[in-house]
Design a protein around this ligand. Structure first.
Ligand code: BGC
Ligand code: BGC
Length: 571
C-alpha cells in the first residue's frame, strides 16, 4: 500500500450542511489565542484520565480535558457517590480556571462514556444497550433517552459524553456489537441525528448546548463495525462505496445535527489506522464537510500508529486529530509535542487550528461563562438522578426493544394467577441485564441497593404475579417439587466490553450447555416454558430455541429489566 492509495474521492461522498460559525465566538477565540503560551496550547490538545491526573497537574500543564474511562471513578471507588463526582468536577474546574502564572486560564471539559444512560455513576438510570434500542426502531424514543442521559450527566458535573456509537456492526462476533444500534445503516442514520439532538439540543435554537445539555461525540470514525472477522480494532475491509453506504451513514445525520466532536476509531482502513488517516480525518471530514468541531482520539489509540508510542505521536495531530485521549500518557505526550513543535515536525498552523476548535467547542458549550459544575444545576440534583420518571422511560424502552422469536401453542401472554417457576442465572442478576460499560469497563458488579427504582426480570415478575394472586417459585437450577403451571428461564451472556467480548464463533456450545439441559428437562416434564435471552448480540442458540415453547430476545435491557414482565403477562 502506498501513500497514493490512502485517499478518498470526496465527490463520491454526499454533501453535508453543518451549522454555521458564529463570528462573535471566532473573534473571542482570536483574542484568547493571542494571550496563550505555546505550553498552554499543547495542554489544550491533551485529555488525561481522572485516575492518572490530579487537579494540580491539570493546572500545571493547562490540560484541555479530563475523562473518566470505563473503570475510572473518584477515589478509585467504582461505586463513588454523586457527591464525590461533583467534588472532583469542581476541583478540576477550579484548577483549570486558576490564572496564576498565565495571562488567560481556560476551563476544562470533563468527558465520560454515558453510552446507555449515565451508567458509570451508581444510581443513574441505565437504559437498554443500543442493540436493543435499534430493535425498537423508534427515533422519538432515542431523543428522549438522550435528553434524560444529558440531564443525569449534569448532576455529576460532566460536560461531555462519548456517545453515540454509530457503528454499523456487520459481524456479530465483534465484542462491541451491542454498542451499535443496528446492522442496517438506515436505522443508524435515523437514530444518529436524534440522539445528538437529545444530548446537545437543536442547533440554531437557544437551547443548543444550553441548560441540561451536554456535548456529544459520534464514534468511532469510521468503519469500526466493519472489521474483518469482527475483530475489535482490526482492519475494515470495505471499498469506498461500502464505507459510504454502510459505515458512514450515521455520520451524515449526526454531523448535520451539529455533533460537536467525532472520536477517531481504533480500527484501520486501507491498511492505515484511523488516528493517522489524513484523507478521512482532514480531507473528508474537515475540508469536504466543513466539520468545525473537535476530532478526539480514543484511549491511547494514537500510540498504534507506525513509529509511534503512547507518549510520542506527532503524526496523529498532523493527520487531523485535535485532542489526544492520553489517559496515563499525557505527561510524556506534552513533552514530546513541545519537542516536535521546536523541530518543525508539527506546524504551529496545525496546532493553532486544533486549539481553535477546542476553544470553539468550549464557547459553544457556554463554558467560559459557566460557574463551577456544582453550581450549574438548581434544585435537588438527586431528584433527577435515577428518578421514577426516568425509570419509566427506561421501562418503555425495554418493552419496545424485546423481540419475540417464538410463541408456540400461543403460550404468551402468560397467566399471572398461576404458579410460575423462574429459573436461570439471568433472572435476578442486574449486572447481566446491564452488560458491559456499567459502573466498570467490563460491567457485572452492580449492587441493587444503589438503584432504588431498578427491577431485575425476577422482581418484575414478582410485581405482576403478586398483584394477580399467583405464586413465583425462584429456582435458578430449574428443579422443583411443587409442579408449576409454567416456567420462565432467563439466561444469556456474562457482561463484557470491547475486545474482551470478541468471539471466534457464534456457536460456542460450552456456554449454554446447562441452560439447554434445564430447558430440555422442563420440556420432558411437560412444563410450558418461556425462555428469555439476555445478550449483546444474536447467537446460535437453536437447541434452546427448540427446547423452549416461547422465546424472547431481550438484549441488554438495563436497570428496568423487570419491564419485560409487563410484556409477557396478560392484564
Ligand atoms: C473506547 C471508547 C471509549 C474510551 C473511553 C475506549 O477504549 O473504545 O469507546 O469512549 O475508551 O473510555
Ligand atoms: C478503561 C476503558 C478503556 C479501556 C481501553 C480501560 O481500562 O477503563 O475506558 O476503554 O481501558 O482498553
Amino acid at each position: 500500500m502506498t501513500e497514493r492509495d490512502l485517499t478518498v474521492t470526496p465527490d463520491l461522498w454526499p454533501e453535508i450542511k453543518v451549522p454555521a460559525l458564529d463570528p462573535a465566538i471566532e473573534a473571542r477565540i482570536d483574542d484568547i489565542m493571542s494571550k496563550m503560551t505555546l505550553e498552554q496550547k499543547v495542554g489544550q490538545v491533551i485529555q488525561a484520565d481522572s485516575d492518572s491526573v490530579t487537579p494540580e497537574e491539570v493546572k500545571q500543564y493547562w490540560l484541555g480535558s479530563v475523562l473518566s474511562g470505563g473503570s475510572s471513578a473518584p477515589g478509585d471507588d467504582a461505586f463513588a457517590p454523586m457527591d464525590a463526582w461533583i467534588a472532583a468536577a469542581d476541583a478540576y474546574w477550579e484548577a483549570s480556571v486558576d490564572p496564576e502564572g498565565v495571562e488567560i486560564a481556560i476551563p476544562i471539559i470533563w468527558g465520560i462514556d454515558a453510552v446507555h444512560g449515565h451508567a458509570n455513576l451508581a444510581g443513574a438510570t441505565i437504559f437498554p444497550h443500543n442493540i436493543g434500542l435499534g430493535a425498537a426502531n423508534d427515533p422519538d424514543l432515542i431523543e428522549d433517552i438522550a435528553r434524560i442521559t444529558a440531564e443525569e450527566l449534569i448532576v455529576s458535573g460532566h460536560d461531555w459524553t462519548f456517545a453515540p456509537t454509530i457503528a454499523t456492526p456487520r459481524d456479530d462476533r465483534w465484542g462491541r456489537t451491542y454498542e451499535g444500534y443496528s446492522e442496517r445503516p438506515e436505522i443508524v442514520r435515523a437514530y444518529a441525528a436524534r440522539i445528538v439532538y437529545g444530548l446537545q439540543g437543536r442547533p440554531d435554537t437557544d437551547g443548543f448546548l444550553g441548560d441540561g445539555r451536554v456535548i456529544s461525540s459520534a464514534k468511532h470514525y469510521v468503519g469500526d463495525g466493519g472489521t474483518l472477522d469482527g475483530i475489535d480494532q482490526g482492519e475494515t475491509q470495505a471499498t469506498e462505496q461500502q464505507m459510504i453506504d454502510i459505515h458512514a451513514q450515521g455520520y451524515f445525520s449526526a454531523l448535520e445535527a451539529g455533533v460537536q466532536t467525532v472520536m477517531s476509531s481504533f480500527s484501520s482502513w486501507q491498511g492505515r489506522k484511523m488516528h493517522g488517516h489524513k484523507a478521512l480525518l482532514t480531507d473528508l471530514l474537515k475540508t469536504h464537510w466543513q466539520f468545525d468541531g473537535v476530532v478526539v482520539g480514543d484511549w491511547d489509540g494514537h500510540g498504534q500508529l507506525p513509529d509511534a508510542s503512547t507518549t510520542d505521536c506527532p503524526d496523529a495531530l498532523m493527520a487531523g486529530l485535535d485532542m489526544y485521549m492520553a489517559p496515563g500518557s499525557w505527561k510524556g505526550l506534552h513533552a514530546s509535542l513541545l519537542g516536535h513543535l521546536q523541530s518543525g515536525r508539527i506546524t504551529l498552523h496545525r496546532l493553532d487550528d486544533a486549539v481553535r476548535r477546542i476553544l470553539r467547542l468550549k464557547f459553544r458549550a457556554g463554558l467560559f461563562d459557566a460557574p463551577k459544575p456544582s453550581s450549574r444545576i438548581s434544585g435537588s440534583p438527586l431528584r433527577l438522578l435515577g428518578s421514577q420518571d426516568h425509570a419509566d422511560l427506561a421501562a418503555e424502552a425495554v418493552r419496545k426493544s424485546a423481540v419475540l422469536l417464538k410463541n408456540s401453542d400461543r403460550l404468551l401472554p402468560l397467566n399471572p394467577a398461576g404458579t410460575i417457576l423462574v429459573s436461570g442465572s439471568g433472572a435476578d442478576d442486574l449486572g447481566m441485564a446491564c452488560g458491559g460499560w456499567t459502573l466498570s469497563w467490563q460491567g457485572g458488579r452492580l449492587d441493587s441497593r444503589d438503584y432504588p427504582h431498578a427491577e431485575t426480570v425476577l422482581t418484575g415478575i414478582h410485581r405482576i404475579v403478586r398483584t394477580a394472586g399467583g405464586k413465583v417459585l425462584h429456582r435458578p437450577d430449574g428443579r422443583f417439587r411443587r409442579r408449576p403451571d409454567v416456567a420462565i428461564h432467563v439466561f444469556g451472556e456474562r457482561p463484557y466490553a470491547e475486545f474482551r467480548g470478541d468471539l471466534s464463533t457464534l456457536d460456542d456450545r460450552s456456554v449454554y450447555r446447562r441452560d439447554a439441559e434445564i430447558l430440555q428437562r422442563l420440556r420432558g416434564a411437560g412444563i410450558p416454558t418461556l425462555a428469555i435471552f439476555l445478550s449483546g448480540r444474536p447467537l446460535w442458540i437453536n437447541p434452546e430455541l427448540n427446547a423452549a415453547t416461547a422465546f424472547v430476545a431481550a438484549f441488554l435491557p438495563g436497570t428496568s429489566a423487570g419491564a419485560l414482565a409487563d410484556l409477557i403477562f396478560a392484564p
